[in-house]
Design a protein around this ligand. Sequence first.
Ligand code: PXP
Length: 254
Amino acid sequence: MASPGSLLLGVNIDHAATLRQARYRSAPRTCGQMVEPDPVALALVAERAGADGITVHLREDRRHIQPRDVLRLRESISTRLNLEMACTPAMARFALEVRPDAVCIVPENRTEVTTEGGLDAVGISRRLGRVIERLHAAGIAVSLFIEPDSAQIEEAARLGAPFVELHTGAYANACFDTRRRPREFKRLYSGAEHAHALGLTVNAGHGINYVNIAEIRTLPHLHELNIGHSILSRALFTGIEEAVREMKARMNDK
Ligand code: PXP
């Protein structure tokens, strides 16, 4: 359980499913002992280690997380389920069926290896508005995964999304670039301040790791970070419990 004022951690478990699909892509939908690793079992251990929520991205090409994983998570986890999804009618129907605690709307491009760039909330404003309205009517909180740009932040506020998740990927990719990195950090800093001033709750994610967390955590008004790749990578060596505990400690400098 998070202590008051502490930064929350949503653990993204997509890559546990990536590993499973690498071997069992065409296996029956069974979750039997031989179909490993089971992302749901991993989520339960991550929760025990202090994860404040579990995040999964159900991609349209189903390359990692499967619909059944999301249904099983909904039934078994005791923290919050955050479903990342593209802004499509089919995904909205699925979210309304599963009823996650939160939906984070992300851009999706079938050729990308992982989510690249934030959502163009301005460009797909009408479509977003319809999906947000349906999800809110069902009591599902909506977050928009956007670049820390004024126009996108203002559109998120106008659409009534209570949360934004600021895309930290450009900052993370600039880690060795002594000119770009401070620039990207400044963009995130101003974006977080702007979003907060408009009444949005500020989350962040993508490319956050055990090193850059020292700087990321100094961004103002942060509520929750969604972190996947670095935690699962570390878990291969330490186990998921230690990997989650260590990230939470670094997030909150304890
Ligand atoms: N937040 C969003 C919206 C994402 O799509 C992803 C995965 O690409 C993450 C956070 C987690 O990123 P990472 O795996 O780099 O920690």
